[in-house]
Design a protein around this ligand. Structure first.
Ligand code: THU
Length: 136
């Protein structure tokens, strides 16, 4: 599946979210090496901070289906924005944890334009669990 097809899936996934508070649907799609595509959308909550973004929902779904970082080929994120959507900081940190640093992330807008950034470009010098102490 090419970049535009993955963005089209992310655009469709945006319609599956739950956004009664922001009215800002976002969609995400992840293509795996085996060809499977996993979708995500933002799911909001009246206690706003409990909202989970499209990117994180897609990544958590992928992991729950048994995939791991080395299975991931690319991600697409779509939002009804003028410029290509910019993932929030929390999602960048989760990408840094669950996706290889060189993986392309296609960021698309309402006009069908996109830019491509790697996970590492989205979050340089990310906090890395490798610095945490071993369990004694
Ligand atoms: N949102 C995402 O789902 N992904 C992003 O990349 C940016 C923000 C959601 C969270 C919330 O439901 C709405 O967009 C407004 O912040």
């Amino acid at each position: 599946m090419n970049k535009d097809a993955l963005i089209a899936v992310a655009m469709k996934a945006a319609t599956l979210g739950y956004t009664p508070y922001s009215h800002f649907p976002v969609g995400a799609a992840i293509i795996m090496k085996d060809g499977k595509v996993i979708q995500g959308a933002n799911i909001e909550n009246s206690s706003y901070g409990l909202t989970v973004c499209a990117e994180r929902n897609a990544l958590f779904r992928a992991y729950l289906e048994g995939y791991r970082k080395d299975d991931i080929v690319a991600l697409a994120v779509f939002g009804h924005t003028e410029d290509p959507i910019s993932p929030c900081g929390a999602c960048r940190q989760v990408m840094a944890e669950l996706v290889p640093p060189s993986t392309p992330v296609y960021l698309a807008n309402r006009h069908g334009d996109s830019i491509t950034m790697t996970v590492k470009e989205l979050l340089p010098y990310a906090f890395d669990g490798a610095v945490l102490p071993e369990k004694k």
